[in-house]
Design a protein around this ligand. Structure first.
Ligand code: NAD
Length: 264
């Protein structure tokens, strides 16, 4: 990745998937720009940004609040002024009201439906539009999703709907941007112990169950997801776009787990 510059959005702490990706990209000599959502997170991210020699740290809240309406466009303008063009972008952010990540999907409120899809799904399209304008030589865009998009998992609810829309966005964006040699892909990670992961009710059960029944009998770690991201963001994957790539210990392919793994 030497000579390549990328924007990574979604580091909240050293357990964040975005941090795992940033670390692997840094180890492979990429120049990295980070964003933080708000000032209280900034204090946590500053020491991490030092570790990956990231000098450019920008605030960017992607929510629908009026003051954030042009936060993405302003971010891309600032990056372009400060350091020039981009070669890759990682979108590793999502949000839904915790109260609706438990119980029935049936109870989803209109307001939380809209804000969940706005922050977790639409933001990727908006970032793709702005960032592609400063990718004159092509590039790679990557987002993060979860198997709860195409199968039900406990309490994932409206976030599953948002991830289904995100995975479909990846396909349409890859068609729109393909002629510019900009590739668009998603990583579907197995359950990981992060702040966002912990917001889903019963996360511990899902974590343990996935670990037990996945062929590798292990949930992914930050390094594994970081390495898959390295592949998708680098020229090694130059023929790959529109893909949802699973880093889940093989969980996705299991229909009914072997009898010795689950007692009824
Ligand atoms: P995390 O809590 O470390 O990261 C979530 C990030 O989203 C945080 O940095 C937070 O600041 C950011 N964010 C939330 N609302 C925002 C807003 N309005 N504006 C800007 N940023 C905002 O958790 P994570 O698990 O690393 O999540 C990263 C991505 O990975 C998410 O898309 C998540 O759905 C996805 N994912 C997580 C898991 C898992 O088990 N943890 C599995 C598959 C996919």
């Amino acid at each position: 990745m030497q000579g390549k510059t990328g924007l990574i959005m979604g580091v909240a702490n050293d357990r964040s998937i975005a941090w795992g990706i940033a670390n692997q990209l840094f180890l492979n000599k990429a120049n990295i720009v980070l964003t933080y959502q708000n000032d209280s997170l900034k204090k946590r991210i500053e020491p991490l940004s030092d570790k990956i020699k990231c000098k450019n740290l920008y605030k960017c809240d992607v929510s629908l609040e009026p003051e954030n309406e042009y936060s993405i466009e302003n971010l891309i303008k600032k990056i372009n002024n400060d350091i020039g063009n981009l070669d890759f972008v990682v979108h590793a952010l999502a949000y839904s009201n915790k109260e609706e990540l438990k119980g029935k999907y049936l109870e989803t409120s209109r307001q939380n439906f809209l804000s969940t899809l706005d922050i977790s799904t639409y933001s990727f399209t908006r970032i793709a539009k702005s960032a592609s304008e400063i990718m004159p030589n092509g590039g790679s865009l990557l987002t993060l999703t979860y198997v709860g998009s195409n199968k039900t998992t406990p309490n994932y609810n409206v976030m599953g709907v948002a991830k289904a829309a995100l995975e479909t966005s990846v396909k349409y964006l890859s068609v729109d941007l393909g002629k510019n040699n900009i590739r668009v892909n998603a990583i579907s990670a197995g359950p990981m112990k992060t702040l966002a992961g912990a917001a889903i009710s019963g996360a511990r059960h899902v974590f343990k169950y996935s670990e037990k029944i996945s062929p590798l009998q292990k949930n992914p770690d930050l390094e594994q997801v970081g390495n898959a991201a390295l592949y998708l963001l680098s020229d090694i994957s130059s023929g790959v776009t529109g893909l949802t790539h699973y880093v889940d210990g093989g969980l996705k392919i299991v229909g009914i787990p072997n009898q010795d793994l689950v007692s009824l």
